[in-house]
Design a protein around this ligand. Structure first.
Ligand code: THU
Length: 134
């Protein structure tokens, strides 16, 4: 059984590195590969706003750029800088990026280490457009 609690704790650690001087909303993510490696990410904001990268995409791009292609699960945690992170659903862009690399049963773990909610990609992105449609 996948240890989602440990994955969430890694996401919480990654959240501490969030660069979010504009929104003050800090997000962390921990992406588990099928081979058992974990890649973490945080949100990275920008003065021009639109170049901002979400925590989930930071983790995915780090992993893909290292040659990883097969993923099991991602834990995501978010919240205002002065608060403990908690439930933070991935934005639509991140759902689409996850969809590029992950199967329909890929697990998306939300909440915090005490209360985890586990969703599948197909639950969070039904009727998706993917490479199978091209
Ligand atoms: N953010 C993420 O990192 N992931 C999400 O799925 C939701 C939003 C970040 C982007 C921005 O830096 C801040 O949260 C507020 O939107």
């Amino acid at each position: 059984m996948t240890d989602y609690k440990s994955l969430m704790i890694e996401a919480q650690e990654a959240r501490k590195k969030s660069y979010s001087p504009y929104s003050h909303f800090c997000v962390g993510a921990a992406l588990l590969t099928k081979s058992g490696k974990v890649y973490t990410g945080c949100n990275i904001e920008n003065a021009a706003y639109t170049p901002t990268n979400c925590a989930e995409r930071t983790a995915i791009f780090k992993a893909v750029s290292e040659g990883e292609r097969e993923f099991e699960a991602i834990a995501i945690v978010g919240g205002r800088a002065n608060e403990k992170g908690g439930f933070c659903a991935p934005c639509g862009v991140c759902r689409q990026v996850i969809c590029e690399f992950c199967e329909k049963d890929f697990k998306i773990v939300l909440g915090d280490e005490e209360q985890l909610k586990v969703y599948t990609l197909s639950e969070l992105l039904p009727f998706s457009f993917s490479k199978n449609d091209l």
